[in-house]
Design a binder for this molecule. Structure first.
Ligand code: A3P
Length: 275
């Protein structure tokens, strides 16, 4: 640009597109967008704004690693690039593909209480169907098999919430130390401590502070303050109102998830107060 000083030019010349050194692999509706945006408050973190879907989409994967790198933002060499594509967590082929790119990559998984996450997942799909004037079922009809009255494990929103099943596939490729589990419920209620744990996991100096996060009562969520002039909340599609779900179905699901949750706690070394 015409008004660029020699210092600007010198800095721009040092900008490069770097492959991610950390990936938010999931879980869908866990708070993946909030986590990415909040980590981006850190001066050493640069985010890929879009979900790239490189490792879970065969067509994209066939385009090769240079295509993937080309999707990354420009950054300085000391910065780390992070991308998020929540479909990675549940897609069979992804762990091996990421391992082939970088076997020492850091993997972030953000989870929420599994039944709440399933309802959130349902709510997102429902919104899409309503927009297209398509017919839809109640959550209760999808989550519980009408014939057997058992939890319907074929329903994707239920399957995705069986976190341990997916994580176990990842552990065939990566050791547990390469994962960090973020508590998505706590990221909603009190984000800073969760972000500080991630800073530590990523070996970054603690730079995100309470100044960067303020509660917006109208929005009902924490929003981000980058500096005196720039703050933002997440899009309105983040933080939808969930439908009321029959208490007996909630109870059935919570009982169903319970043994899987216990295994998840064992594997990750992180315990949650899930029912
Ligand atoms: P709900 O819509 O169920 O409330 P993802 O980005 O993975 O799709 O996750 C969406 C969820 O992020 C939302 O689920 C919302 O609760 C949660 N979230 C966490 N922190 C948020 C924030 N600061 N602003 C808006 N949504 C946030």
């Amino acid at each position: 640009k015409g008004n660029a000083t020699p210092e600007h030019v010198r800095l721009q010349q040092r900008l490069v597109q770097q492959l991610p050194r950390a990936i938010i692999i999931g879980v869908r509706k866990g708070g993946t967008r909030a986590l990415l945006e909040m980590l981006n408050l850190h001066p050493a973190v640069v985010k890929a704004s879009q979900e790239i879907h490189f490792f879970d989409n065969d067509q994209n994967y066939a385009r090769g690693i240079d295509w993937y790198r080309g999707k990354m933002p420009f950054s300085f060499p000391h910065q780390i690039t992070i991308e998020k594509s929540p479909a990675y967590f549940i897609t069979e082929e992804v762990p091996e593909r990421i391992f082939k790119m970088n076997s020492s990559i850091k993997l972030l998984v953000i989870v929420r209480e599994p039944t709440t996450r399933a309802v959130s997942d349902y709510t997102q799909v429902l919104e899409g169907k309503e927009r297209k004037n398509k017919t839809y079922h109640k959550f209760e009809e999808l989550a519980v098999d009408g014939a057997t009255c058992e939890v319907n494990t074929k329903y994707k929103a239920v399957r995705t919430s069986i976190y341990t099943k997916h994580l176990e596939r990842w552990l065939n490729f990566f050791p547990a130390e390469q994962f960090h589990v973020v508590d998505g419920d706590r990221l909603i209620a009190d984000p800073l401590p969760e972000l500080q744990l991630v800073e530590r996991f990523l070996d970054l100096p603690a730079r995100i502070s309470q100044y960067n996060l303020y509660f917006n009562a109208t929005r009902g969520f924490y929003c981000l303050r980058f500096n005196v002039v720039f703050n933002k909340c997440l899009a309105g599609s983040k933080g939808r109102t969930h439908p009321d779900v029959d208490a007996a179905v909630v109870d059935k699901l919570q009982r169903f998830f319970h043994p899987f949750n216990r295994k998840f706690y064992q594997i990750t070394g992180r315990t949650f107060n899930w029912p």
